[in-house]
Design a binder for this molecule. Structure first.
Ligand code: PRX
Length: 640
């Protein structure tokens, strides 16, 4: 099935057809500087930049800058400039956990809400360059809070509501935030999430000057005098205008923490001009939402997809964007399709894990809803298996709607490889071809570039405007993580195959990052949570295939002498990970083992652990370098 080619449906009516796309590619290749300046014209600048890209991946002269002499404000682009023509157009459709319990905000209303927030932040002493944490449900106030930071030049860092108080505290500490914006509680899948109580717990470790609490459920939550402010109590007194800061293109816009191979999550820094250009450009190219579209990306603003394709991209392009605070299976498995019919959604963008979970429940949940408004489908976050792609195309989209499988990363700011819905023939399971101006290449382990149809490690040769600029507080880690493996290339951490048509097929991470339901988890983080338990001597964590989540976490744990591993301890360890990181990182399987497979120099041979977690019983390769080869038999015997 993977070799099936689906031509673009005849009546899709794309703005960018194959001929226009070829011209974009040609322009980007011929005169990149002019091409990238042209893309920046999608935005309103206070001062339009004279130069586009200025970068070098060389260690001696390492720097990445885009539009460096330009000035702009992203909230102005998302709000003020929309008011003249579409002030009364719906900017955000909030779809609450309970179907139909949401509300809508016009561009003017969102502008006013953002200005209120911005004025409150200023009253509380938050200034340009300060860091503000946002720990909120998917409510319009979350978008207003992000835009308010952008308006006054504060740097936001959104933390997904599913992360634990400990994780939140770690992030507050890392970026030295002075303010947290949260809600009393969240509600998801009918379950209450005690957001403010979590914030209070986090702040026991690391306090801040201000906590702004938005009312979502109206619950009675503890408020600390002098620090905590109820947004609803002060909202009426806040002015609905607020002069925007004029930002330099390279001023940081936000920090978003993401997991890597080693250590604690990194604060990925995106700056204003390049990120905004990339968000607007890729949203326009791939989704091209016009005045008649209702666009719904199901991601949470706690992830990069929520930043770029729920908030900044759609609003900068004046689209109507849905903010969904629910889950795909509540109140039942028809939730997505019922909501699409009720709201008239035309463009729908979700994750393969959701598609797989719903596919399993049968077609009837889908076909009982009409979905006639849909015209375009997208996926993001992990490789989509051809079967799930086919179901999405055939059952959800009735073979009418192109499916755009978009490959990108927190680090890339926006989509880099994806089919142009009106122009690129699709192959189920392939993100197809790079966007104009993007230069992927495949290298072998030594960094040698591989030509033609081949497999290798995916790198990107030239910079693009949306590329991350640094790791917060650790520029050297930025260079070491992404630019030291292969000289003068950005290394993505992904493995990839390129076929004879030049189509890219992402095969998954080649480093120690596990992609669980499209969420990145670092093995080192989970291991350090496990070894924090007093009974644990050592832990090694690997990914295992999972039918719905794509990958799940398999943990191998050795206990201190005299300790017994049983289900009660498994539950305790699971709890430890939930407390340290959050439920999303909880291991699927925990295997107690007397020893881990180590080389004589003490290095854990993860290759063997991965194979065993995948259910293999042989083919472990050369095990002669193991200090104790009998470990393999013990591991096989204790498989979970
Ligand atoms: O392994 C790739 C996978 O997700 C990783 C990036 O994760 P994150 O930074 O959390 O961003 C997710 C949303 C952009 C990548 O290194 N990935 C993302 N999209 C795809 C994908 N793998 C295959 N196909 C995709 N479309």
């Amino acid at each position: 099935m993977s070799d099936t080619v689906h031509p673009v449906p005849q009546d899709f009516g794309a703005r960018t057809g194959p001929a226009e796309l070829a011209i974009l590619h040609e322009q980007a290749a011929r005169d990149p500087e002019a091409f990238w300046l042209d893309q920046a014209r999608r935005l309103d600048w206070t001062r339009f930049p004279a130069q586009a890209g200025d970068y070098s991946y060389d260690q001696a002269d390492f720097h990445i800058r885009w539009y460096a002499d330009g000035q702009l404000n992203l909230s102005v682009n998302c709000l003020d400039r929309q008011l003249a023509e579409r002030g009364d157009r719906t900017a955000i459709i909030f779809e609450a956990d309970e179907p139909g319990q949401g509300r809508t905000l016009t561009y003017r209303e969102l502008y006013e809400e953002t200005c209120r927030f911005a004025n409150l932040l200023k009253q509380r002493g938050v200034a340009r360059g300060d860091r503000v944490m946002i720990y909120m449900p998917m409510i319009p106030e979350a978008a207003a809070a992000m835009l308010a930071c952008a308006r006054i030049g504060a740097i936001h860092s959104v933390v997904f509501g599913g992360f634990s108080p400990d994780s939140l505290a770690g992030r507050i500490e890392d970026c030295d935030a002075t303010c947290v914006i949260t809600a009393d509680e969240g509600v998801r899948g009918g379950k209450v999430i005690p957001l403010k109580a979590n914030v209070d717990k986090a702040l026991e470790k690391r306090d801040v000057a201000t906590v702004i609490v938005v009312s979502r459920t109206g619950a009675d939550v503890a408020m600390k005098d002098g620090r905590d402010v109820s947004y609803s109590a002060v909202r009426g007194s806040l002015a609905t205008d607020c002069a925007p800061e004029v930002m330099d293109a390279e001023d940081p816009l936000f920090i978003l923490y993401t997991s890597g191979s080693t250590g604690k999550p990194k604060g990925v820094v995106h700056t204003t001009g390049g990120y905004a250009t990339w968000a607007a450009t890729t949203f326009d190219w791939i989704f091209g939402a016009g005045e008649d579209d209702i666009y719904w990306c199901t991601a949470d603003v706690g992830w990069i997809t929520g930043h770029t394709y729920v908030v900044y991209g759609p609003l900068a392009m004046g689209a109507t964007t849905v903010m969904f605070d629910g889950v795909p299976n509540y109140p039942d498995f028809g939730r997505f399709w019922e909501t699409i019919d009720r709201l008239g959604v035309t463009i729908f963008y979700t994750a393969p894990t959701a598609i797989r979970a719903l596919m399993r429940e049968g077609d009837d949940w889908v076909t009982r809803h009409s979905r006639k408004s849909l015209r375009l489908l997208g996926t993001v976050g992990e490789p989509i298996n051809p079967e799930a792609w086919d179901w999405y195309w055939r059952v959800v989209g009735d073979r009418r709607c192109p499916v755009t499988d978009t490959w990108w990363q927190t680090e890339t700011g926006g989509i880099l490889i994806a089919p142009f819905p009106g122009a690129t023939d699709m192959k189920p399971g392939s993100a197809t071809r790079p966007l104009p101006g993007i230069q992927p290449l495949l290298v072998d382990a030594e960094g040698k570039e591989l030509d033609g149809a081949t497999s290798g490690n995916l790198c990107i040769a030239a910079s693009w405007p949306g590329q991350m600029r640094t790791v917060w507080g650790d520029h050297d880690r930025f260079f070491q993580t992404y630019f030291s493996t292969y000289k003068r290339l950005y290394f993505t951490g992904d493995g990839c195959r390129r076929d004879e048509d030049g189509y890219y097929w992402i095969t998954g991470r080649v480093d120690d990052v596990i992609n669980v339901s499209g969420h990145r988890i670092g093995t080192a983080e989970v291991e350090s949570a496990l070894v924090a338990h007093p009974k644990v001597a050592e832990a090694a964590v690997v990914g295992m295939p999972h039918e719905i989540k794509g990958q799940a976490i398999y943990a191998y744990v050795t206990l201190n002498a005299g300790e017994e591993g049983d289900d009660a301890l498994r539950r305790e360890l699971n709890q430890e990970v939930r407390k340290d990181i959050g439920a999303l990182a909880a291991p699927e399987k925990i295997q107690f083992t007397p020893a881990l497979p180590k080389t004589r120099s003490g290095k854990i041979m993860r290759r063997i652990l991965r194979k065993i977690a995948e259910g293999e019983t042989s083919g472990f390769g050369d095990t002669s370098t193991l200090a104790d080869p009998s470990v393999v038999d013990a591991l096989l015997a204790g498989r979970q």
